[in-house]
Design a protein around this ligand. Sequence first.
Ligand code: PLP
Length: 411
Amino acid sequence: MGFRRGRWRENRILGISMKQRLDTAIMPPTSETSTAFLPYGRQQIDEDDIAAVMEALRSDWLTTGPKVGGFEAAVCEFSGAQYGVAVSSGTAALHAAMHALGIGPGDEVIVPAMTFAATANCVVYQGGTPVFADVDPDTLLIDPADVALKITPRTRAIIAVDYAGQPCDYDALRDLARVHGLALVADGCHSLGGSYRGRRVGTLADLTVFSFHPVKHITTGEGGMVVTDNRELAARMRRFRNHGIDTDHRQRETVGTWAYQMVELGYNYRLTDLQAALGTSQLAKLPGWLEKRRKLAAAYDTDLANVTAVRPLAVRSGDEHAYHLYVVRLADSGVRGRIFAGLRQQGIGANVHYLPVHLHPYYQDAFHTAPGLCPTAEAAYDCILTLPLHQGMEETDVVRVVHVLRQELGA
Ligand SMILES: *Cc1c(COP(=O)(O)O)cnc(C)c1O
């Protein structure tokens, strides 16, 4: 038993380094593959995107200029929120959100175990303690019932992650937040363009965080944004991204003053105008890209319907899934490693999202988390596989992925 436990842990450590090596935006084709390498996600850059960046490059403002506000307004318009604060990454956006809510030492923030580490790290940046909640076994979305069990007098906020692009059960989470006086943050890094019961991602929580990393729906190279209807929180995040200074460079230029005051400790988390120009150009194409992603996901659903060894994650009907990822579960967790390697060998960039955050060595060491804390997420981790999905794919790519997958499974 002790031996099995040891191996189990070792597998996870291997899983980490494997993931870190493979979780890059673009994987170069390997020389031995005959067909082009198909990454699990990748950016699409068109000529109009390049022209938009060129225009910004030729303008007076490379950073803190008008393109930033323009991009913020465009994301607000798209997501239905009132205020947008653009920052240098999704991680910076999460950090700004935690800071705006006043999270500090002694505070607990509930986060799902099944997410990218940044969702929990942002709590730690502020000196707070992330508390891991388990996920629903069918959707891998944070389980409101487990959230309820994890609430203590120290809990200050919940961060919900719209895993793979499907919005969480926000009505249940909102109720919990209201009853216990907690802030609700949506990590919408997977779900830009999704909706829940007719309400858009961006309007479902007090603060919603987006990432514009190249694997996400739209990209600015690196970049992120927090959207909110709360003016006060937006103002605090604007200050936070600029060293905690009460005005920005352009505001001072307009008024014709040199004077500024740093009123709290902040960071340089600014997004440049070059990035904002790219983001605005990309956003204009997002509706079509979402449609494409949904069509590809539907093709996977159809093609996998009679492959019993593989089951796609459950999708609630009625809501709009944004399909950042297409995740399946293998019926037999014992073959995941082999299937993963087989797909890679044939040029298909399968991936695994994610090692549950509490199993990372850092969290086990610093927060004394251990296997067994979130059993559903841990069990899911052993059998999930992310199949390629991005707007540059065609349905023939889906056919190829499913063909190779069946081959590898012997199904
Ligand atoms: C991508 C991502 C982040 C971090 O975004 P970056 O822009 O890479 O910093 C945070 N949370 C989730 C769920 C993500 O997928």
